[in-house]
Design a protein around this ligand. Structure first.
Ligand code: NAD
Length: 503
């Protein structure tokens, strides 16, 4: 059986905790590898490696750090096909989607290639008599990232790309469900450093594990910042425990994104967009669109009819099938959880229009497949609406008015993304201004901001003050220092006993 080991100080490191986790092949349901699950001892080894490398890495000038990022991007692009194969084989998403996962991470690396420009400080000449004031952005030291299973390439790159470019060193704790791609990325980062003539040993380390490893990260005194992405209860726990230990923490959580369809929308386009956003990647995206809110009875009836025809054409297949629109979900336990939510929706009185539970793929009966499901007449009181299902299940919540459509996502516990489909610019503008959600799409079903903007939700979709990537990411991974400098002219001035007014 293949063993997936930690990656510390530029080398594979065998686990010593005695604990291992199963990594499944979602297409067949079989265990394909075992991953080491770290104890606090292994986490400490990785943190010490990162701490030992940090001073010299921070001393490398920013343009040379950027050159490592340029080379890393080139290497990842050159290995794109292999990385996508590896990603699909452990996650279950189709190959085109795996390439998208890697590509969206690479866009943050591209942003990191421009780090010398964003790290420039500010300078005020003559802020007082003979006094100049300047501010610097300095790295924090060792930073850690804890990432979810659903984007094993993109989310680690969101974090380590920016953190490392800023001069920090990094310990990544990826999801134990699909841990191989993060290790490959760290190996390629080592290659990138060597190609530029820099020893980057210890700059990026990968430790596998579960709660025990996460707790060891949260408690480790040398880790200054923790970036987390995962489900909300754990995000909140990571935020509380990490900040209590004096760390900077940004913790992104779950989501339940709504798509508002106004009566004037281009319905054919909206239906196609929502089909991809609801069922793509088997719904295992924090920016998926699992709730649709048609405004008005006519819109609801027309939407339902067209969505039924779209669903009938969907092809679910193994992750390597180029014709499949989505593949299996990550584990059998997750498939069961989705099926339980479908049953909950039925029990709560929603109308199950399409039931994906009976779906089986011939020859892959043990794979973690589930067909697309559609619910109509879902209401805000239902638990199956309030909770995140994270599967290929679309729920229609009918609204009578625009006001109701603004209120639904605004009063939901999650506030990650939302989309409105309309031809009315004024309605769209008002919706974007008023809705209580962090990322808004106008005729854009999955409004994931580009890498030079920032990513982050509101309410229980994010804990902490800083978003991921973009300039916000740079602020998160740096601390500001302000220097007030005076170069006296040699005439000793009298002692001052009052606050200077800098006149
Ligand atoms: P998860 O919360 O189960 O796991 C996330 C990370 O936390 C993993 O590294 C895991 O090992 C660790 N972990 C698991 N249980 C833990 C515990 N009890 N204590 C401490 N750490 C623990 O999430 P997942 O299932 O891997 O990913 C799916 C979730 O992530 C969904 O809720 C999805 O919405 C969310 N997500 C959010 C965003 C965002 O940016 N808001 C992006 C992607 C995914």
């Amino acid at each position: 059986m293949r063993e997936i080991r930690h990656f510390v100080n530029a080398a594979a490191m065998a686990g010593t905790s005695g604990r291992q986790g199963d990594v499944f092949d979602p297409n067949t349901g079989a265990v394909q590898a075992r991953v080491a699950l770290a104890s606090a001892v292994e986490v400490d080894i990785a943190v010490q490696a990162a701490a030992a490398a940090q001073r010299s890495w921070a001393a490398v000038n920013p343009q040379r750090r950027a050159r490592v990022m340029f080379e890393f991007k080139r290497l990842v692009e050159a290995r794109m096909a292999d990385l996508a194969d590896l990603l699909s084989a452990e996650h279950g998403k189709v190959l085109a989607d795996s390439r998208g996962d890697i590509q969206r991470g690479l866009e943050v690396i591209e942003f990191a290639c421009g780090i010398p420009h964003v790290l420039k400080g500010e300078y005020s000449e003559g802020a007082g008599p003979g006094i100049d004031v300047y501010s610097l952005r300095q790295p924090l030291g060792v930073a850690a990232g804890i990432t979810p299973f659903n984007f094993p390439a993109m989310i680690p790159m969101w974090m380590f790309g920016v953190a490392i470019a800023c001069g920090n060193t990094f310990v990544l704790k990826p999801s134990e469900k699909d841990p191989s791609v993060p290790v490959r990325l760290a190996e390629l980062f080592m290659e990138a450093g060597a190609a530029i003539g820099l020893d980057v040993t210890g700059v990026l380390n990968v430790i596998h594990g579960d709660k025990a490893a996460v707790d060891a990260i949260l408690d480790h005194p040398l880790i200054r910042a923790v970036s987390f992405v995962g489900s909300s209860d754990i995000a909140q726990y990571v935020y509380s425990r990490g900040t209590a230990a004096g760390k900077r923490v940004q913790a992104m959580g779950g989501a339940k994104n709504h798509g508002i369809v106004m009566p004037d929308a281009d319905l054919d386009q909206a239906v196609r967009d929502i089909t991809g956003a609801a069922f793509g990647s088997a719904g295992e995206r924090c920016m998926a669109l699992p709730v649709v809110v048609p405004v008005g009875k006519g819109t609801a009836e027309a939407f339902r009819e067209r969505m039924l025809s779209e669903i009938a054409t969907l092809k679910v297949g193994v992750s390597s099938d180029p014709d499949a629109q989505y593949g299996p979900v990550v584990t059998a336990a997750h498939r069961q959880r989705i099926a339980d939510y479908i049953q909950m929706g039925v029990d709560e009185g929603a109308e199950l229009v399409v039931d994906g539970r009976g779906f089986a793929l011939q020859g892959f009966e043990q794979g973690h497949f589930i067909g697309p499901s559609l619910f109509d007449r879902v209401t805000p009181q239902m638990k199956s609406y309030q909770d995140e299902i994270f599967g290929p299940v679309l729920q229609i919540v009918r609204a009578e008015t625009f006001e109701e459509a603004v209120a639904l996502p605004s009063s939901h516990q999650y506030g990650n993304g939302v989309a409105i489909f309309t031809r009315n610019g004024r309605a769209a503008r008002e919706f974007a201004a008023r809705v209580e959600v962090g990322m808004v799409g106008i005729n854009v079903p999955i409004p994931v901001p580009v890498a030079y903007h920032t990513f982050g939700g509101w309410k229980r979709s994010a804990f902490g003050d800083a978003n991921q990537h973009g300039v916000e990411g740079v602020r998160f991974y740096t601390k500001i220092k302000t220097v007030t400098a005076r170069w006296p002219d040699g005439d000793a001035s009298a002692p001052s006993f009052v606050i200077p007014t800098m006149s």
